[in-house]
Design a protein around this ligand. Structure first.
Ligand SMILES: C[S@@+](CC[C@H](N)C(=O)[O-])C[C@H]1O[C@@H](n2cnc3c(N)ncnc32)[C@H](O)[C@@H]1O
Length: 241
């Protein structure tokens, strides 16, 4: 389990630190996200929607929804109910505004909550998504077990998460970019200097590919498949219950 936390000199646990960090960066999150990923993250979320669309879900839970981009994209499906859940009230407030501006508030409900203690009954949702959220969980297994619990049998679970290119020279290029350039952009443009250091450090130690597939299988998910995106800098994981 990754012990990388946002603030090295803080006595707070990972969950509290992550919540504080996302509250701090909520105002610049969307803008910096686009800069850091050169806007490719938009395409990755669209690919998640394509996968979700195949099972035609009526209800979708988007965990770690943050400022709501994936929840908003999921509104293009035929789902009648989408719930976006996040632990950071700062991120959620920005998400709520975006949902309202797009006139989607009757379809998307934004809820404050912890992925490791989901406020829903067993077998509630037809599909569940998490984009760039699982590596921030304090306890990955607990978060995944909760997702499994609230997903309906035969339901679809899709994760979008950072991964590391394995081929030369992309691996070297990726290391240079995430270890040097990305934290520098964060330092210059974000008011939280540690945040973008944490985001890159946590990505470098988080399991990806077959390692994450095996964690999903251990929790009980079946039909686990992974789809590397853009030379492997991110990966989409699809599974079911
Ligand atoms: C990198 S952001 C991703 C936001 C959004 N899904 C996206 O694609 O842009 C990670 C989000 O995970 C949330 N998060 C971290 N730990 C969480 C937890 N235990 N429960 C719910 N949300 C959590 C953070 O508050 C943050 O908004």
């Amino acid at each position: 389990m990754s012990k990388v936390k946002p603030y090295k000199n803080s006595a707070l646990g990972k969950k509290e630190q992550v919540t504080k960090m996302f509250d701090n960066i909520s105002g610049d999150y969307d803008g910096l996200n686009r800069v850091i990923s050169f806007g490719i993250d938009i395409k990755w979320r669209k690919n998640v929607v394509k996968i979700i669309n195949k099972s035609n879900p009526e209800s979708i839970l988007d965990i770690a929804t943050g400022t709501g981009d994936l929840a908003i994209n999921l509104a293009e499906t035929h789902a009648t109910k989408i719930v976006g859940l996040d632990i950071s009230s700062g991120m959620l407030e920005i998400g709520k505004e975006k949902v309202k501006k797009k006139g989607l508030d009757s379809k998307i409900e934004m809820v404050l909550g912890d992925s490791e203690k989901l406020p829903f009954k067993n077998d509630t949702f037809d599909a569940i998504t998490v984009a760039f959220g699982v590596r921030n969980f304090e306890n990955l297994d607990n978060g995944l077990k909760e997702i499994y619990r609230v997903l309906k049998p035969n339901g679809t679970f899709v994760i979008l998460e950072t991964s590391i290119p394995t081929k030369t020279p992309f691996k070297q290029g990726y290391n240079l970019y995430t270890k040097n350039i990305m934290p520098l952009i964060g330092k210059i443009f974000s008011k939280d200097r540690s945040a973008y250091q944490y985001l890159s450090e946590s990505a470098s130690v988080f399991p990806y590919g077959e390692a994450l597939n095996n964690i999903l299988r251990k929790i009980g998910f079946i039909n686990v498949e992974d789809f590397p995106q853009t030379l492997g800098v991110a990966t989409i994981y699809k599974s079911s219950k």
